[in-house]
Design a protein around this ligand. Structure first.
Ligand SMILES: O=C(O)CCC(=O)c1ccccc1C(=O)O
Ligand SMILES: [Mg+2]
Length: 379
C-alpha cells in the first residue's frame, strides 16, 4: 500500500436525542473521521470513537487527536504496509491510546479493501450476508418515559433491548419493563456503576432472566467480576474491562464473564478484534459488537466485524436515524426488523458524503509524508 496523506476531519454532530448513562448526559457527539488517501487518490475511511471526556475510558477526543497527529498518522505514512495487520505491529511500541490507533488502522483497512475490490467484511474474513442488531437505550428521567422508548424499539423489531442502569435505577425499573413487555430479549448495562458492596442488588436482578448484565463493576476489576459471576445467575458481559487480547484472556481464564462485548476502538482496531474473536471462539465465549454512538463510518466498520462467525448475539449497531437527523454516509445504515444487510460495495460499502458532512465539519487537518514523527526518543 502506498498512503500519501491522512486527513483528520473533525466534526461535532448533534444527536437526535440526548443520551444518558451512569456517567452523565450528552447531546453533542465529537467525531473524527480519518481519511487515508493513496497515490491514485483512492480514499479509505476510519472513525475515532473516543469519548468527549475521559469517563468511559482514559482516552478522550483531544488526547486521541494528538496521538493520531503526532504518532499514528506519521507512522503509517513513513512505513511500508503490505497488509492492514502490519499496522498493529507498527503501533505496538506506543502504549494504549487504542481508539486513536483504531481510527487510523480502520482507514487503512477500508483502503486495503477498496484497493483489492473486496468488501471490508471479506477483508476481515467475515461471511454473514446480514447481521442482527439490538438497541441501547439511555436512562430517562422517569421509568414511564423509558417504557415508551422500549415500546417504540420493540415495535421497530430490534432483536435485543439494552437499558442503562445505575444504583437507584435498577431492580424496580427492570421489573416494570418485564411486567410491560413480558419475555423480550432484555439486558442491562451499568457502565461500572456498582461494586461488590452492591451484591444484593445485582443478585436481585437474577429474577428477570436477563440475557446478560454488562460491565457492572470497574474496568480493572477482573477478579471482582469473577467473584460476582460465581454469585449471580445472570451472565456477566464485559465491555470496559476488555481493552486488549490479554485482558480478554485474563477475563476468560478467571471466569470474570460469560460473554464479551467487542468494541473495535477499545481494543485498538480490527486486527486485535479478530484475535479476540478467535480466542473467544476457542473458549465458547459468544461475542457481540458494542457501539460508541458512531457516525456512519464507524457504524459500517462495526457491521463488517460483526460478520465474523462468533458474533452470535445482536450488537448495538442500530439504524443511523436512531442517532442522527442526517448521517454522513450514503446510503445510511438501516435496520429493518432488527436486521442490517451487509453492503456488497467495496470497503465499508457506502460513500462518505462530504456534502452531508459539511454541516458538522469544524476543521480538517492534513498529515503528509513531509510531517515527521515528533518524538524525544530516537533510535
Ligand atoms: O448505541 C450505541 O452506540 C451504544 C451506546 C452505549 O451503550 C455506549 C455509548 C457510549 C459509550 C459507551 C456505551 C456502552 O456500551 O457502554
Ligand atoms: Mg457498555
Amino acid at each position: 500500500m502506498n498512503i500519501k496523506e491522512i486527513k483528520l476531519h473533525q466534526l461535532v454532530m448533534k444527536m437526535r436525542n440526548p443520551f444518558t448513562t451512569s456517567f452523565g448526559t450528552q447531546q453533542d457527539r465529537y467525531v473524527t473521521i480519518i481519511e487515508a488517501v493513496n497515490e491514485d487518490g483512492l480514499s479509505g475511511f476510519g472513525e475515532c470513537v473516543a469519548g468527549e471526556d475521559p469517563l468511559y475510558s482514559e482516552e478522550f477526543m483531544d488526547s486521541a487527536l494528538i496521538a493520531m497527529k503526532k504518532y499514528f498518522a506519521p507512522l503509517v505514512l513513513h512505513n511500508e504496509i503490505s497488509h492492514p495487520d502490519d499496522v498493529w505491529e507498527l503501533f505496538k511500541p506506543f502504549k494504549k491510546n487504542n481508539m486513536a490507533k483504531a481510527g487510523i488502522e480502520g482507514a487503512v483497512w477500508d483502503l486495503y479493501a477498496k484497493e483489492n475490490n473486496i468488501t471490508l467484511s471479506e477483508a476481515v474474513g467475515g461471511k454473514k450476508p446480514d447481521v442482527e442488531v439490538g438497541i441501547s437505550l439511555g436512562l430517562e428521567d422517569t421509568d414511564e418515559a423509558l417504557l415508551e422508548r422500549v415500546k417504540e424499539k420493540v415495535d421497530e423489531g430490534y432483536k435485543r433491548i439494552k437499558v442503562k442502569i445505575k444504583p437507584g435505577r435498577d431492580v424496580e425499573m427492570v421489573r416494570k419493563i418485564r411486567d410491560a413487555f413480558g419475555d423480550i430479549p432484555l439486558m442491562v448495562d451499568a457502565n461500572s456503576a456498582y461494586t461488590l458492596d452492591d451484591i444484593e442488588t445485582l443478585k436481585a436482578l437474577d429474577e428477570f432472566d436477563l440475557m446478560m448484565i454488562e460491565q457492572p463493576l470497574a474496568a480493572g476489576d477482573l477478579i471482582d467480576h469473577a467473584k460476582l459471576q460465581k454469585e449471580i445467575k445472570t451472565p456477566v458481559c464485559l465491555d470496559e474491562s476488555i481493552d486488549s487480547y490479554e485482558s480478554a484472556l485474563g477475563a476468560i481464564e478467571l471466569g470474570s464473564c460469560k460473554i464479551i462485548n467487542v468494541k473495535v476502538g477499545r481494543v485498538g482496531g480490527i486486527t486485535q478484534s479478530k484475535k479476540i474473536h478467535d480466542l473467544a471462539l476457542e473458549h465458547n465465549i459468544p461475542l457481540w459488537c458494542g457501539g460508541m454512538l458512531e457516525a456512519g463510518v464507524g457504524r459500517l466498520h462495526n457491521i463488517a466485524i460483526t460478520t465474523l462467525s462468533n458474533f452470535t448475539l445482536p450488537g448495538d449497531t442500530a439504524s443511523s436515524s436512531r442517532y442522527w437527523f442526517t448521517d454522513i454516509i450514503s446510503p445510511e445504515v438501516i435496520a429493518e426488523d432488527g436486521v442490517v444487510n451487509v453492503s456488497t460495495a467495496p470497503g465499508i460499502g457506502a460513500d462518505v458524503d462530504f456534502g452531508k458532512m459539511e454541516q458538522y465539519l469544524k476543521t480538517t487537518e492534513v498529515i503528509t509524508k513531509g510531517d515527521q514523527i515528533d518524538m524525544v526518543f530516537y533510535n
